[in-house]
Design a protein. Structure first.
Length: 348
């Protein structure tokens, strides 16, 4: 996506004014969940022209057709026409689903993302992937479409629970691992509480926008953003069905460690770098206990990944820290072994 569409600012008022001055909108709507309504909307409300608010329930479990119906219903009741604007104020769930609803309502109205989680600020709000979950499949229904603008206001992070902050950090780590070895020490030299979030947001957005700009529809290069996600998504989907679901970034952290093992097995990733990555990620996220009988099922779930072709699992691996290679064919057996190595890691 063109980098000029993404603004990182500490001047929320000026950015909103510039947005509403630049175009005329027949109506403005703000999509929130109960948390962003409480924590973020008050920072915005005084600076917006007349608008209405649509509140949905928070959480991945509500990223579905039922909630979309509510949003479309609300747009219809408020008589939004094609000149309306929807502002998505929230994390990746609000951004993905609000964008999807806006892009399909009356064949498309404009929308703007105001990401309020670290994950959405460094990843989900940029790149135009919109969608919802369907019958247990994540992001199964959706489309690619750019928002009118993305306004990143880092101060929203002040109210974000630390577990959510850490989840977003996984994507920051990923961006450095796939594209920028020079940045890696800026990440690994500090504990979570000392991280420089503004610098990380700038860095991640630059990398993501650079990648997406070259390959919007993910026919090649964009696949590097999937590092950690083949195994990570399988882990995430598996635990979503249990009483103890993992956050997206927590699952991706496990995925990145396992895919680092595969990177050494399939490529030239030096074992010293694998160890470095593994130690750092474990120091931030801790070690998640996997039961033996889970491993086979999780490995099988990797076959469902949208990036696969037929029965072959296509994975993005690292050649070294800072350089990724996409479309590497791996087997479910490899994935099971990598999960096994991760499981045993704690006892080493
Ligand atoms: N489109 C993409 O390219 C892309 C990329 C990565 C992830 N995603 C999607 O993003 C979603 C995950 O996003 P997420 O991690 O932001 O989760 P989320 O949207 O569920 O937000 C996490 C929680 O934090 C709360 N919250 C949000 N901002 C807050 C704030 N400032 N203060 C206090 N609480 C706040 C929310 O209400 C929610 O309870 C997943 O559905 C994933 O599929 C999309
Ligand atoms: Zn991700």
């Amino acid at each position: 996506m063109p980098a000029e569409n993404v603004i990182i600012t500490d001047q929320l008022q000026a950015s909103l004014r510039a947005l509403t001055d630049a175009s005329t909108f027949s109506q403005i709507g703000v999509l929130v969940d109960e948390n962003t309504k409480r924590a973020c909307y008050p920072l915005l409300q005084p600076f917006l022209p007349a608008h209405s608010v649509c509140e949905i329930r928070s959480g991945e479990v509500h990223k579905n057709l039922t909630t979309c119906s509510q949003i479309w219903q609300w747009l219809t009741e408020k008589q939004f026409d094609r000149k309306g604007l929807l502002i998505n104020l929230g994390g990746g769930v609000i951004g993905d689903m609000g964008g999807f609803c806006a892009a399909t309502y009356k064949r498309g109205i404009r929308f703007v993302n105001l990401p309020t989680t670290l994950l959405a600020q460094v990843d989900a709000s940029v790149g135009g992937k919109l969608g919802i979950d369907f019958e247990g499949f994540k992001n199964h229904i959706g489309l690619f479409q750019e928002p009118q603008q993305v306004i990143i206001y880092p101060a929203f992070l002040k109210t974000l629970p630390v577990r959510e902050l850490r989840s977003g950090f996984a994507e920051v780590i990923k961006h450095s691992l796939i594209a920028d070895a020079d940045y890696w020490p800026n990440i690994t030299s500090r504990a979570l509480e000392q991280q420089d979030w503004l610098s990380h947001i700038r860095h991640s957005v630059r990398i993501k926008a650079w990648v997406v700009d070259q390959d919007f529809k993910e026919s090649g290069l964009r696949k590097i953003l999937n590092f950690g996600h083949t195994i990570g998504h399988a882990v995430e989907s598996y635990y979503l069905q249990t009483a103890h679901p993992l956050l997206h970034g927590e699952a991706i952290a496990i995925g990145m460690i396992c895919e680092a093992y595969l990177s050494a097995q399939y490529g030239n990733m030096p074992s010293s770098e694998v160890k470095q990555m593994e130690e750092f990620i474990l120091s931030v996220f801790g070690h998640h206990h996997l039961e033996d009988h889970h491993l086979e099922v999780i490995a099988g779930m990797a076959l469902q990944d949208k990036k696969n072709e037929g029965q072959t699992i296509r994975c993005t691996l690292l050649e070294k820290i800072g350089k990724a290679r996409y479309d590497v064919a791996v087997t479910t057996g490899d994935i099971r072994n990598a999960l096994q190595t991760y499981k045993k890691r704690l006892t080493l």
